[in-house]
Design a protein around this ligand. Structure first.
Ligand SMILES: *Cc1c(COP(=O)(O)O)cnc(C)c1O
Ligand SMILES: *[C@@H]1O[C@H](CO)[C@@H](O)[C@H](O)[C@H]1NC(C)=O
Ligand SMILES: *[C@@H]1O[C@H](CO)[C@@H](O)[C@H](O)[C@H]1NC(C)=O
Ligand SMILES: CC(=O)N[C@H]1CO[C@H](CO)[C@@H](O)[C@@H]1O
Length: 722
């Protein structure tokens, strides 16, 4: 892991945090309190809309589009107009009337059909802030029934209300600055309260800043650091990791229940909107990034499906992304956030050293950037020519072109890593690249907040899926078990718990490189006399667990002095010990165990025999540890972090298949025919079938040769600075 910081480079701030709200339009996906034209013109009672309450609380005038815009314009009741014109013409005239209406300094309640009119909504958005009251369709139908409304504008006879509401949702989603997620059965007053809170959040970007795990926050001298800064900088200037200054947002039970019926993408959108302020990433852009990240590039529509494994153990398959490991869940989204948050003017070249799954996931994620982003954001991956598996090599060298490239080195991972670090440290080089090519070097490692955050979503999603499937009722606890290396995946589970998901224990699983297990059981983190040992689960062969620092910060209630002392001691003396009371707190959240090489292979064999399911080696490590530490009193989710097809030699060994074909493609086919579950990974198979190693660059273990590779990549990828 390489950490660099750019704070020196960017003194210019990209974010401005003040908004002046001229007008606020509350558009509601129908009546929380009554706001819809009904086709049969039943007399509309005086309604208490959310908009009215909000306006009163803000001391602003309230305007109701029906009463204050449409009827005075048309000089007739809205229902009569609707009867006279019919749905389509009505929508047009309604939109036109709204376009003709201008005002400022008030709260406007729109109609349920206004968002269907593009020009009208452009007009409305220009003049202020649009707040979308996101109400559950079933809730709307129930309310409409109570109001004796049986048809709404735009609804042809015979089209079910449910379908028309679903059709409308896409327009509601298109025109929002702020979403207010309404729980089932929220009262008008409760919704109004949420609107006011959302408005306050919108206006107070300053409350969503980040701090370093090692910095003393009592002094108020330093400049604010926002999400967009944190994504670009990665590591904090003092060597600590960035965490949200005011903690993680909480989601209430009513809101979680809404999420139960949502798709993965919708869950991601709602949750990430709560974690990323719209001044950093505007809501509509966040939406398109999420739908691009978690779309057809995943071989499962569910993105991170939860399957029953055995007894009360479930498996969350985190390997359906394009490169078949869980790293895709973060790295299909992170590059988009990164490109979005970059300050203008410079090009960025991401340098990565990898011996495993990160390389292909980073290449895939960054190669999917489009448009102008590809002209100024590139990625160059260095890997040891003889230090990755056949499949991993093919994944990294097959189809990348343009802004993504992989180069191998006749050396080991450490050499690649050291050389990159050296490049960052050489001001002669970085200065040259900045002046000649307007290019800044950067990384995308797992301490970056934008890699951690997307992972929170799948931990909440597995819980919600278990609710949807009737395995648990919302509020009942589950345990999760995670094969752990850099503690990123585990830390995301800690944050999911903080958001309100009742995870009882987060169980960390190590292989025989068991430093994290020993730490969690004894409070002593000790690198001394602990050589890195090879294993069947190479992605967790890690000794310096980088995200652990965030966890210690969290359990110590943000004791940055302690964190600084501990990690300084780790650097200088190769170990640290946490105080006893803190160890107690750590063990309340987290359990840890380790799995031997033999037990790992035996577990793959046993589960295969009992269920037909083939686990990858990392998943098997988690399964073994889950069996030894969980008491079976609640359901347990095992995080499956890779598809078995990525680690075929160990899987053959586990299944005791002796006649192993030479050709990796044939190997995969042989395993596919043996496994009844999970299905073969589409992209892994495609990658092997194409076998399109166009011959990648293989370089000598020479620092200057690597620098040449960096420079030639920059020359080939970026527009020249004139
Ligand atoms: C990266 C990786 C891990 C480790 O995840 P951390 O977040 O670093 O703990 C586990 N399994 C696989 C397959 C991986 O690629
Ligand atoms: C909008 O204003 C224009 C110009 O004043 C007028 O011609 C038009 O009829 C108005 N439309 C509506 C629907 O009020
Ligand atoms: C690619 O094809 C060549 C020859 O056709 C074969 O020797 C090699 O093993 C294949 N590589 C992979 C990874 O399938
Ligand atoms: C359908 C789709 O979006 N496919 C993309 C998946 O990602 C690869 C790169 O990882 C692209 O090349 C595909 O176009």
């Amino acid at each position: 892991e390489i950490h660099i910081n750019y704070s020196q480079i960017f003194h210019m701030k990209t974010t401005s945090s003040r908004f002046i709200i001229k007008t606020m339009s509350v558009h509601q996906s129908v009546p929380v309190g009554g706001q819809e034209h009904c086709a049969h013109g039943s007399p509309r009672s005086r309604k208490t809309t959310v908009g009215r309450i909000v306006a009163q609380r803000l001391g602003l005038p309230a305007i109701d589009v029906d009463d204050d815009v449409l009827e005075p314009t048309w000089k007739m009741p809205v229902a009569a107009k609707l009867a006279a014109l019919g749905g389509q013409r009505f929508l047009e005239e309604e939109g036109e009337a709204l376009c003709n209406f201008s005002t400022s300094g008030c709260v406007i309640s729109l109609t349920g059909s206004n968002p269907l009119h593009t020009t009208a909504m452009q007009h409305v958005r220009q003049s202020g802030l649009v707040i979308y009251l996101d109400v559950d369709s079933e809730d709307i139908i129930e309310r409409l029934t109570r109001m004796k409304v049986n048809r709404i504008v735009g609804q042809e006879a015979g089209v079910p209300m449910r379908d028309i509401l679903c059709y409308r949702k896409q327009f509601y989603e298109k025109w929002l600055d702020v979403r207010v997620l309404c729980g089932m059965g929220d009262t008008v007053e409760e919704v109004a309260e949420k609107v006011l809170k959302a408005l306050e959040r919108y206006q107070n970007h300053d409350r969503e800043t980040f701090t370093s795990t090692r910095s003393d926050t009592t002094g108020s001298s330093s400049q604010s650091t926002y999400f967009s800064d944190v994504v670009v900088e990665g590591l904090a200037p003092d060597g600590g990791l960035y965490v949200p200054k005011n903690g993680f947002p909480k989601v209430d039970a009513g809101e979680w229940l809404r999420l139960v019926d949502m798709s993965y993408q919708e869950r991601a959108l709602v949750l990430l909107e709560k974690c990323i302020h719209s001044a950093d990433v505007c809501t509509l852009d966040l939406r398109s990034m999420i739908f691009k990240a978690y779309g057809s590039n995943f071989s499962s529509e569910a993105i991170a499906p939860v399957k029953h494994l055995i007894h009360n153990q479930y498996i969350q398959e985190l390997f359906h992304g394009p490169t078949a490991s869980f790293k895709d869940l973060a790295l299909q989204l992170m590059p988009q956030l990164f490109a979005y948050c970059l300050p203008p003017m410079c090009n960025y070249l991401i340098l990565v050293a990898t011996s495993g799954d990160t390389g292909s996931a980073v290449l895939s994620g960054f190669s999917r950037l489009s448009g102008a982003d590809t002209h100024r954001t590139g990625v160059l991956v260095f890997f040891p020519e003889d230090g990755v598996s056949d499949i991993q090599k093919l994944q990294m060298t097959s189809s990348w072109e343009g802004n993504a490239r992989a180069v191998s080195i006749h050396s080991d991972f450490d050499f690649c890593q050291r050389s990159i670090k050296r490049m960052f440290g050489e001001s002669g080089l970085t200065g040259h690249l900045a002046v000649e090519y307007g290019t800044v070097l950067s990384t995308a490692n797992s301490i970056n907040w934008a890699r951690l955050l997307p992972q929170v979503v799948y931990h909440t999603s597995s819980y919600l899926d278990l609710c949807r499937g009737g395995v648990i009722r919302f509020g009942e606890p589950i345990d999760v078990c995670i094969p752990t290396g850099n503690f990123g995946n585990a830390m995301s589970a800690v944050y999911a718990k903080q958001m309100g998901i009742p995870i009882r224990k987060i169980i960390c699983a190590s292989n025989h490189n068991r430093i994290i297990t020993d730490f969690i059981n004894t409070g002593m983190y000790d690198l001394r006399g602990r050589p890195l040992m090879l294993s069947h689960s190479p992605a967790i062969d890690i000794l310096k667990s980088s995200n652990l620092e965030r966890f210690i910060y969290h359990v110590s209630n943000g004791d940055s002095h302690l964190v600084k002392d501990l990690f300084t001691s780790l650097d200088s003396r190769q170990h640290f010990q946490v105080p006893q009371p803190l160890l107690g707190k750590i063990q309340q959240d987290v359990l840890a165990g380790w799995c031997s090489e033999d037990d790992c292979l035996a577990a793959i064999q046993t589960i295969y025999t009992e269920t037909g399911y083939v686990m990858d080696t990392h998943t098997a490590v988690a399964k073994v540890v889950a069996d030894s530490l969980q008491d079976g009193s609640c359901p347990l989710v095992v995080c499956s972090t890779a598809h078995y097809g990525k680690f075929t030699p160990a899987v053959f060994k586990a299944l005791q298949i002796h006649s192993i074909p030479e050709d990796p493609l044939e190997q995969l086919k042989k395993l596919e025919s043996a496994a009844s579950r999970p299905e073969m990974h589409r992209d892994l198979m495609k990658c092997l079938e194409a076998n399109s190693t166009k011959g990648h660059n293989v370089c000598e273990a020479d620092y200057s040769v690597m620098v040449e590779q960096v420079e030639s990549m920059i020359q080939d990828s970026f527009l020249k600075v004139l």
